[in-house]
Design a protein around this ligand. Structure first.
Ligand SMILES: O=C(O)c1[nH]c(=O)[nH]c(=O)c1I
Length: 309
């Protein structure tokens, strides 16, 4: 059973990587990912200046998933640029995620990243749900088009975006129409957390995270059907782009479903947070077993081949 995947023309040993934000804020965490079985990895979304993020507790996990309102804590973009410059890109595909607080901040970060000798793949996060007072760019199609136009001009290499979940067919259509205006926008990562959920503990009768009165982004099993829908919606609407699936991957089964829905790579967030990097070995083993039981000898044999009724 061969798990090899092609991403932007580069062969990878398998389709797995972390979801941005999990196990990827510090060089120690990033080195852990570099030593893991994952074939690719992405840095924590960064801003121009370092940020401490929201007050704690800002993450909580439950049997069905997680809720977070981290508030974009990161070491500042130069830290991740330095990590990318030192990184052995032959060893693993490295993505660098940016989430500037303003359009100008994004442009300034991109201008620096563009000069980098050792380029990581740029992922522009349009979907952070947890910075108080900052509405998500991904839910404002005009702002999204304006930002992508700037990124496309400033950054002459292939890049991608991290999208929030959409829940209306007209929004899939509108978002895809914007994305398809940019040929160098080569990949689309769906989905970011399902924004502003509210987890309440029946015993304490309280919310479980401190920021924003307990409102935060949902991950884990809660979001799997929404993640699969977004992966498949953009897979159908953006035939010239590759889709990275994120959301609800806890075993080989969900990784298989994301691939079936059209994903080229599959990210693991909540389960990585809970289990650590061994989750990649476990999920790879489970995915291999599922493929063997179905007689698939390669991922291309079933990727995107979701059946409808
Ligand atoms: O609160 C965060 O740091 C955060 N949390 C998320 O769930 N998604 C994001 O894109 C970000 I930037």
């Amino acid at each position: 059973t061969d798990l090899t995947c092609l991403f932007l023309g580069q062969p990878l040993a398998n389709p797995l990587m972390n979801a941005s934000g999990v196990c990827c804020r510090t060089t120690t965490e990033l080195d852990t990912l570099a030593s893991s079985a994952a074939a690719a990895m992405v840095t924590k979304s960064c801003t121009l200046e370092p940020r401490t993020g929201n007050p704690e507790p800002r993450y909580s996990s439950l049997p069905l998933g997680s809720i977070n309102s981290m508030g974009l804590p990161n070491e500042g973009y130069q830290y991740y640029l330095d990590y990318a410059e030192r990184f052995d890109h032959e060893r693993k595909l490295l993505f660098l995620s940016i989430s500037g607080l303003t359009l100008d901040d994004n442009v300034e970060m991109i201008a620096a990243i563009r000069e980098a000798v050792n380029p990581a793949l740029l992922e522009v996060n349009l979907s952070c749900p947890n910075v108080p007072g900052k509405p998500q760019t991904g839910y404002d199609f005009e702002a999204m088009d304006e930002l992508l136009d700037e990124v496309n001009d400033a950054y002459k290499r292939p890049f991608g975006v991290k999208l929030p979940p959409y829940f209306d067919i007209s929004h899939f259509d509108a978002a895809a129409e914007v994305l398809n205006r940019y040929p160098r926008l080569a990949f689309v990562t769906c989905i970011n957390s399902v924004g502003n959920g509210l987890v309440i503990d029946p015993d304490t009768e309280s919310v479980v995270i401190k920021p924003k009165d307990g409102f935060g982004g949902l991950g884990g099993a809660y979001v799997l059907p929404t993640a699969l829908a977004n992966v498949n919606a953009f897979y159908r609407r953006c035939p010239d782009k590759q889709i990275i699936g994120c959301g609800g991957v806890q075993s080989g089964t969900e990784a298989f479903l994301h691939l079936l829905a059209g994903a080229s790579l599959v990210q693991i967030g909540t389960a990585l947070y809970e289990e650590g990097p061994a989750v990649f070995d476990r999920v790879l083993g489970e995915l291999t077993a599922i493929m063997a039981s179905k007689g698939y000898t390669s991922i291309d044999a079933f990727r995107g081949k979701l059946k409808t009724l």
